[in-house]
Write a protein that binds this ligand. Sequence first.
Ligand code: AMP
Ligand code: MG
Length: 403
Amino acid sequence: MISVAEAIQIVRDKTRTLSPEQCQLTNALGRFLAEDIIADSDLPPFDRSQMDGYAVRAQDVKTVPVRLRIVGESAAGRGWHHEMGDSQAVRIMTGAPVPSGSDSVQQVEMTRELENGALVEVIESVELGKSIVRRGSEIKAGEIVLRAGERINSAMMAALASFGYVELKIGRRPRVAVLATGSELVAVNQTPAQDQIRDSNNYSIAAYSQLAGAAVERLPLTGDQTSILKAQIDAASERCDVVVTSGGVSMGVFDFTKTALKELGAELFFERVALRPGKPTVFARLANGTFVFGLPGNPVSVSVTFNLFVRTALLAMQGANEPALQEETAVLARIVKGAIERESYLPATLMTNDEGCLMAEPLKWGGSSDFVAFTRASALIIVPQGIKALAEGSRVRVVRLPD
Ligand code: AMP
Ligand code: MG
């Protein structure tokens, strides 16, 4: 059995970045940059005033109060482009260029205008350079602002817009088909009869896939027949980059997913991972290059295995520089049990305590079928293989669940 880390590495090694596409800035949120973003100008592009007030020379206002002659006005978008002289001041607005000859801006609250705006009286002296943001002090033309592989978040929008990226190159969304096996399943709009349950995995997998940037197609329920499963996977693989199935991968009599994949001629990269929950996870590739993930049926196993493996593949396909979930360290709020032969990923909630310490509280749950308890989970606690239990107060590795 391979370790979780080995399985994630296999996923990273086998997946390739899909060819990038052009995207309008307005549609770029959450997508992955496929090019470095370069500043096309200095920022600020000129010495800029941070305040409404008066551009002055610090030397002229050393002794206050002092009266200066107002020789002009510099507004945002309409600067005063002359040389300011001794004992002069220029009325200036926030965002406006600071005239040459001046070296500081005194804010309007520290001044008052006299003689119908001919003079300004400065009441407080001002530090040299005060309230001026120097040209190029934020970034210089030609410098890299953001790197390929970064996920575009809301804060990045201002930078992209400022440097004129009305269009940009981004990773293409992987097309994902989601397919649930199991003859006990009925569709969500049906009332389960005896021995039946509603399919929930197709919805959680679709949601996680969308969060990971994929375009998702949900396929009809397949039951437990190899022939139907094969036909569905085969047809979906013609349209999609990744097929994600759930159920039918453990050792039961009706576990047909692997049989279907083998009969389709798929190459199986792994089919057992030392992971709890989620041991029977399958990762394969069909002859046409489409990847297939066969996730176990239990809804919690689905969430764990999706986020460890499928999410990593989907982000890698979009060119993400950090496709796998990033681990953090937390302190355990309560004892958790590990497993001898498998690394455990146990649902938990995270919170910061009064000392500023990140605490992981294991969820009270009924095991990997308990998806109702799992709705409260915000993270997974990682218990290394071979550890019987981790005591309250131990440091643990955690990963946050995307939501
Ligand atoms: P399996 O891996 O097919 O043996 O399924 C393990 C458990 O997960 C069984 O209790 C199934 O009924 C349940 N299960 C399988 N697929 C789904 C699904 N799509 N939605 C909800 N539960 C499922
Ligand atoms: Mg099943």
